[in-house]
Design a protein around this ligand. Structure first.
Ligand code: ZN
Length: 251
């Protein structure tokens, strides 16, 4: 790919617009922190938010997006189905998708998974230890055996997702729960990564290891070729005919 990786950082951007804890932690929105981080990593970044026309995800924007990142929480139901259709189509054509934290309940993630994506949770700011269980996977690049998020929201099993193609991270929480916190999927020609750490009232998206994971995930999810195209459904006229097997001439 000759151009810089084109990333669209999508954020619901509702929590951060009201005075309070979330705005204290992310004064310009979670998307601003992610966009700055990915720009520093050399990506060509744009942002898009729920209240823009088409939620900022027009056909033109998606056509120019190699990887889309998704953060939503309180307004999943406000995402229009026609936009979900559009994003799903682009993923199947090859656009990468990185779904973060409470994005597990987004329409687009549930659509692509085909399950409820329900989980258990507890918000006490406990310690999370994120274990790398697939050290050879590109999303684990640069990490050690594990890293810790000192104060996290607990997300626990059962997590109603299809078995990941590759499970990259498993988290342990101080309260005893475990969670599949880093899951890699392929759908059509697209790659999808789900990464759970990142609650809106905690400064998790400023943590270097978390930034490393998201940057790795964006690079991994990038389409291998360009332009991304849908997988054709092609009728083979006449069918494939078996090639007659000639007996081997013995000498
Ligand atoms: Zn949360």
């Amino acid at each position: 790919m000759s151009h810089a990786l084109r990333v669209t950082v999508w954020n619901e951007f509702r929590h951060e617009r009201h005075p309070g804890k979330v705005r204290d932690v992310y004064p310009n929105g979670i998307h601003a922190v992610l966009a700055e981080m990915l720009s520093k990593a050399g990506c060509a970044v744009r942002t898009a938010t729920l209240d823009e026309p088409d939620h900022g995800l027009t056909e033109e924007v998606l056509a120019e997006t190699d990887v889309l990142t998704w953060w939503g929480h309180m307004a999943h139901q406000e995402v229009e189905d026609r936009i979900v259709d559009r994003v799903q189509r682009r993923v199947l054509e090859g656009m990468g998708l990185v779904v973060l934290h409470s994005g597990h309940f987004s329409k687009i993630f549930r659509r692509l998974m085909g399950t409820s994506c329900a989980l258990t949770w507890r918000e006490m700011g406990e310690r999370e230890r994120v274990w790398v269980v697939a050290p050879s996977h590109p999303v684990a690049a640069g990490l050690g055996e594990y890293f810790e998020v000192p104060h996290s929201e607990m997300y626990g099993e059962p997590f109603d997702i299809p078995a990941p193609d590759t499970l990259v991270f498993v988290s342990w929480f101080q309260g005893g729960e475990i969670f599949r916190s880093g899951c890699a999927y392929e759908r059509g020609r697209g790659k999808i990564f789900y990464f759970s750490p990142g609650h809106e009232t905690l400064p998790i998206y400023y943590q270097p290891e978390v930034q490393q994971v998201i940057t790795n995930a964006v690079r991994w999810a990038a389409p291998l070729g360009w332009p991304a195209i849908p997988t054709p459904s092609t009728r083979i006229k006449g069918g494939h005919r078996p090639v007659p097997i000639e007996p081997v001439q013995s000498e």
